[in-house]
Design a protein around this ligand. Structure first.
Ligand code: C2E
Ligand code: CA
Ligand code: CA
Length: 737
């Protein structure tokens, strides 16, 4: 008998025992059978399996034994597990190791014992298979030992089998539980592609219930048009070749029970089941994500309002077209007077007009053209592979014609027009950004030429466009840095030259170019974003200045302030004016707003109301440059005006040109019959002064009485000392100076 005691790691041994999870379990009939076999073959009245735990041994599948367990320290088996082979005790009463053992001295009065260790594959002895009896034996042969050892191995095999079934069942139930609650479809198939597992999510995704698909080919989730390719890769998988899909997540299309295709995200795995391969797929329906992605793509590439492409996409397409050295035409389009629509009718109407514009542009250009909204009311169309200026021009004319049709918006018909600039590559430029600049320059010229027309780019426009851009950039700075200032031109009584008031005229104190007159920047300012803001500044500054001079000696001093269209368009002119009056303390009667015919014609509806309100504040309203336009008499009646300003051009030739003299006379007569005051502009000579007096004109302004001058000079000249200029508190942008 060998006593090769292996040093044992008791914790590991106990862990191994607990992994079998058998101690408390009902005996497996197979185990009971082995135990019976052992008793029979080796002729013992008692046989059992003993699992040796930390402090006790527990009997299992026992035969001929009343006990269920004993303390470990009395157990024969606790010795057996320490050795590699069978422990045999022929007569315990004669064995010094056992003769005092309570199991020997008391029930069950053991005399004979033979136990074989149950040793796992990992080398842990978890218990024994034993025989015992109350009668001593004379022998336990080698053959007996071998039988017992073999039976012990049988027990162990059985235990191992049980353990792996339990483990498998746990794995299976874990898998099924996870698969049952997984939001992703989980599908398994065997080597021939027959579906072996199909979870609830797969049902939801593909529309088939598990019962319908189990055993059927996996092909049923593959769109028909892809079946051939799919088969190829399936076969690869089945053959055990590491398919290109394994371990990766790929996007494919799935086929719904109803036949429709939808995008899926698929991760494939494969494993061996016995000799065959099996594979599983985790499938996610990514239709929603695709919809979101499409939406994001649209947002990134399209103009939300009109659905046209946006500037960056257009730029990209143009660059691509030019890179291929394709002749390319660019049309740039801008709505005329759109700002008035927006300001006058609100943004909803403005948006509707823009949408309709986009539709009309699309309808005018072919499907090869790329139409985009660049922002605001600016659109562009590129024609890749189209270098014929004639076609470009015909298209431009078609667009202009389409734009001249009235826009039906909210129950009314709005009339607009558009201006178009055309540039061609390679004639004008072969670089995208530059070609767009050329088209823009042509567009600008089209607008300057009188709107509602197109212009083809010519090289001289480039310089003009550059100047314009520099001016626009400079103006933005001017607003921010407060580079504007006001000059004042006296208005006097013709008879004696007495000072009545002044007209405030804007100047730009440019950091590089010095003082710049309004002719150089007014158009740019008026078409830009800052006109209203600058206009408000002029108003506040002029009112403040006038109030100073009014208090310094000319109580009836009247200040003339020119308005921008943008100030009307904003719709809050009355509030702006009354706020300026309140803030500066200037009485309304000491302010005269000058408006031109242009403003009147373009803001007709809003204007009458606003002017009425202003008249209620006693603010005067002068019709500037009167006589130069087409203002009808009815206009004079309808508008609450207080004064006509005879335009400089009539005064200039008053002495030489009888026709101009007649006009001046007519205006003077007209003003009398409408009860309006009148002032002559641009009086430069004594002769002009006399003639005007002779015709009954009482007031005037002009170089004869004083050029527009800075406030300080004005104050000195007319003895309005004390505080010379208005406090700068309200000059410049509010709070920015
Ligand atoms: P306007 O309102 O007709 O202003 C009178 C213009 O005639 C001024 O030109 C003035 O300097 C000039 N002028 C006055 N007397 C004579 C004269 O005897 N002979 C000649 N040859 N010219 C004379 P300025 O200052 O260059 O302004 C030009 C235009 O710019 C103004 O015409 C006005 O329409 C506009 N403007 C000037 N300041 C403002 C402003 O603050 N706001 C707005 N909205 N427009 C302004
Ligand atoms: Ca004026
Ligand atoms: Ca004028």
């Amino acid at each position: 008998m060998s006593c090769a005691h292996t040093p044992i790691d008791e914790d590991a041994r106990l862990r191994a025992l607990s992994e079998f999870d058998v101690v408390a379990a009902a005996p497996d009939p197979a185990l009971t059978h082995v135990v019976e076999l052992a008793a029979q073959l080796l002729d013992a009245p008692t046989a059992f399996i003993s699992f040796v735990e930390r402090d006790r041994q527990v009997f299992h599948a026992k035969l001929g034994l009343d006990l269920n367990e004993t303390d470990r320290d009395v157990a024969f088996c606790s010795r057996t597990i320490l050795q590699d082979d069978v422990l045999v005790v022929l007569d315990a009463t004669h064995d010094p190791r056992f003769r005092d053992n309570p199991l020997v001295t008391g029930a069950p009065f053991v005399r004979f014992y033979a136990g074989a260790p149950l040793r796992t594959e990992d080398g842990h002895t978890i218990g024994t298979l034993c025989l015992a009896g109350p009668e001593p034996r004379t022998a336990f042969t080698d053959r007996d030992r071998r039988v017992l050892t073999s039976l012990a191995r049988l027990v162990l095999d059985r235990l191992e089998l049980r353990r792996s079934t339990i483990a498998q069942r746990a794995t299976q139930s874990r898998f099924e539980h996870i698969a049952g609650t997984s939001p992703d479809g989980i599908i398994c198939a065997d080597a021939s592609g027959r579906i072996t597992f199909w979870n609830d999510a797969a049902e939801r995704i593909f529309g088939h219930v598990a019962n319908e698909v189990l055993g059927r080919s996996i092909d049923l989730i593959v769109p028909e048009r892809m079946l051939s390719g799919h088969e190829g890769s399936l076969r690869q998988l089945a053959d055990g070749a590491p398919g290109s899909l394994i371990g990766r997540t790929v996007e494919l299309f799935g086929r719904h029970r109803q036949g429709g295709e939808f995008p899926i995200e698929l991760s494939l795995s494969t494993w061996r089941e016995g000799d065959a391969s099996a594979f599983g797929a985790i499938v996610r329906d990514v239709s929603d994500r695709h919809a979101v992605e499409r939406q994001l793509f649209r947002l990134a590439h399209h103009d939300v309002l009109t659905g046209l492409l946006n500037r960056s996409v257009l730029h990209g397409q143009l660059t691509a077209s030019l890179a291929q050295a394709l002749p390319t035409a660019v049309l740039m389009l801008d709505l005329d007077g759109f700002k008035d629509v927006n300001d006058g009718h609100g943004h909803a109407v403005g948006d509707a007009v823009l949408r309709q514009t986009a539709e009309r542009v699309k309808a005018c250009v072919g499907s090869d053209a790329v139409a985009a909204r660049l922002g605001g009311d600016e659109f562009a169309v590129i024609f890749p592979d189209m270098g014929d200026p004639l076609i470009a021009i015909v298209t431009a004319e078609a667009i202009l014609a389409a734009m001249s049709e009235p826009f039906p918006v909210g129950g009314q018909l709005l009339r607009l027009s558009a201006s178009v600039g055309v540039a061609l590559s390679p004639a004008h430029s072969d670089e995208a950004e530059d070609l767009l600049i050329c088209a823009d320059a042509a567009l600008y010229q089209a607008k300057a030429d009188g709107r509602g027309r197109y212009r083809l780019f010519t090289p001289d426009l480039r310089e003009a466009a550059q100047r314009e851009r520099i001016c626009r950039d400079g103006l933005r700075n001017a607003v921010e840095r407060g580079e504007f200032e006001l000059h004042y031109q006296p208005q006097v009584q013709l008879s004696d030259g007495a000072l009545l008031g002044a007209e405030a005229l804007i100047r730009w104190r440019h950091p590089d170019h010095g003082l710049i007159g309004p002719a150089a920047f007014l158009t740019t300012l008026e078409t830009g974003q800052h006109a209203a803001e600058v206009g408000d500044w002029v108003l506040r500054t002029a009112c403040a200045q006038a109030e100073v001079w009014r208090r310094n000696g000319v109580p009836d001093f009247r200040i003339g302030v020119n308005l921008f269209g943008a100030q009307f368009a904003r719709g809050d002119l009355t509030e702006t004016v009354s706020r300026a009056l309140i803030e500066t303390g200037l009485p309304g009667a000491n302010l005269e707003l000058e408006i031109t015919e242009n403003i009147i014609l373009r803001h007709d509806e809003v204007l009458v109301g606003a002017l009425r309100d202003l008249r209620r504040l006693s603010v005067g309203v002068a019709f500037d440059d009167y006589g130069t336009g087409y203002a009808s008499l009815s206009l004079l009646k309808r508008f609450p005006l207080t004064r006509l300003k005879i335009d400089r051009s009539f005064v200039q030739n008053l002495c030489e040109d009888p026709q101009d003299a007649a006009i001046v006379r007519a205006i003077l007569k007209l003003s009398r019959s409408f009860g309006l005051e009148v002032i002559a502009e641009g009086v430069e000579t004594e002769e002009q002064r006399r003639r005007l007096i002779a015709k009954g004109c009482e007031t005037a302004q002009g170089y004869l009485f004083g050029r527009p001058m800075p406030a300080l000079e004005f104050a000195e000249r007319f003895g309005l000392g004390g505080e010379g200029a208005a406090k700068p508190a309200i000059a410049g942008r509010r709070g920015s100076r």
